[in-house]
Design a binder for this molecule. Structure first.
Ligand code: AN7
Length: 369
């Protein structure tokens, strides 16, 4: 047998702080271990002395952070003998559930809002062979139905109300501290169901208490006794945390976070309060502008929802809420290729076709230099 040091996914790496045993079969696609990229051009553009890092979760196997939670949720579902998983989804959870179910050899049912999920996510769920149930309703309706149907059918819910999801997702915080060699001052995330912000807070909290039997200390040798300020950004049309109560009929171009009834409501408020953080909102225009800025100035393509973290952070750096000298991590939750329609529609100059001749190509280039 070869004895290499191949990365075998986040459960293998973080098993000391995850609820698995020596006999657990890990359902993994090599998720996690995503790059933490320092922004080089945007800080200068905004004229502020800050270190901004993006955690590029779009580089997970199915293109979003959901894989971190899904590897754990499906691993435990299989360990417990489940033959089928089910979720409601704005898209990424369905893609991830479909892939990990395929890997495990079990069935996946996904409820998605008709016409409101990005093309790439739908393609993934279809290709992996999930049973796709489109509903004439939004994510919140789907989530309610999933909870009800799971009481009557032998299916395991793999939405983030499944506690193993947050366990898997907390590993992103461990990776960030390991990569930075310190705890960031601020951590900014887009917020939909608020599972991810809650999971990160759980991870940071474990690391700050290495005396825990959880063995968190193994991964936080560099971490001083500190946790970041947690900042959550929502889309203006889907901002229950700003309103202070659940909302009906959420609407935003960032379909991933088109959610009015967040499932991790209490956990996210606790993270905000305990970290002295805050929630804020961005208009769809601001979200798309941030997505474009990242692609044009840094070469990093994330999906619209993800860009809310950077768009919000830039605004709060400019207005001084996040002070100069800070180290800031923004989570880019999903890859830009997930939603090609929204990307193409916001590019003013659509590519034109010209003659396939040297003259025509020369003219086209000289024109632009
Ligand atoms: C790219 O896939 O809820 O606050 O059903 O896909 O943890 O919900 C997706 C959420 C941010 C919000 N960015 O994270 C689903 C789903 C992207 C996302 C979020 C989602 P949470």
């Amino acid at each position: 047998m070869p004895q290499g040091n191949r990365y075998k996914g986040l459960i293998d790496k973080f098993k000391a702080v995850l609820p698995v045993s020596d006999t657990t079969r890990f359902i993994s696609l090599g998720e996690g271990n995503t790059p933490l990229i320092k922004l080089e051009n945007i800080p200068a553009l905004i004229g502020k002395n800050v270190d901004i890092y993006v955690k590029y979760e779009g580089l997970n196997p199915t293109g979003s952070f959901k894989d971190r939670g899904m590897t754990m949720a499906v691993t435990k579902a299989v360990e417990e003998g489940s033959q089928a998983i089910i979720c409601a989804s704005t898209g990424n959870t369905s893609a991830s559930a479909a892939a990990y179910a395929a890997r495990a050899g079990i069935k996946a049912f996904v409820l998605i809002p008709e016409g409101k999920i990005a093309l790439g996510k739908l393609a993934q769920a279809m290709m992996h062979g999930a049973e796709i149930i489109q509903i004439k309703g939004n994510f919140d309706h789907g989530m309610q139905l999933v909870k009800e149907v799971a009481e009557h059918a032998p299916v395991t819910i793999v939405n983030s109300i499944n506690p193993y999801r947050l366990q898997g997702q907390k590993t992103a915080a461990y990776e960030i501290v390991e990569a930075l060699g310190q705890v960031p001052d601020y951590h900014c995330l887009p917020v939909g169901n608020a599972g991810n912000i809650s999971a990160h807070w759980m991870g940071y909290t474990e690391m700050a208490q290495p005396e825990n039997e959880s063995a968190a200390g193994n991964y936080s040798k560099l971490a001083v006794n500190k946790r970041p300020v947690m900042v959550g950004y929502q889309a203006a049309g889907a901002a229950p945390f700003l309103k202070g109560e659940m909302i009906d009929d959420p609407e935003t171009v960032a379909t991933a976070i088109r959610i009015g009834r967040p499932q991790s409501w209490d956990k996210a408020w606790a993270a905000q309060k305990e970290s002295a953080g805050w929630f804020d909102l961005l208009t769809d225009e601001e979200i798309l502008a941030a997505q474009k800025l990242l692609t044009e100035k840094e070469g990093i393509f994330c999906e619209p929802a993800s860009a809310a973290s950077v768009g919000g952070a830039i605004r709060d750096i400019k207005n001084g809420k996040i002070p100069e000298g800070s180290t800031i991590v923004c989570t880019l939750t999903g890859h830009g290729l997930k939603d090609p329609d929204t990307a193409i529609s916001q590019c003013v100059a659509q590519p034109q076709a010209i003659e396939a001749s040297l003259d025509a190509v020369k003219a086209a280039i000289l024109d632009k230099l």
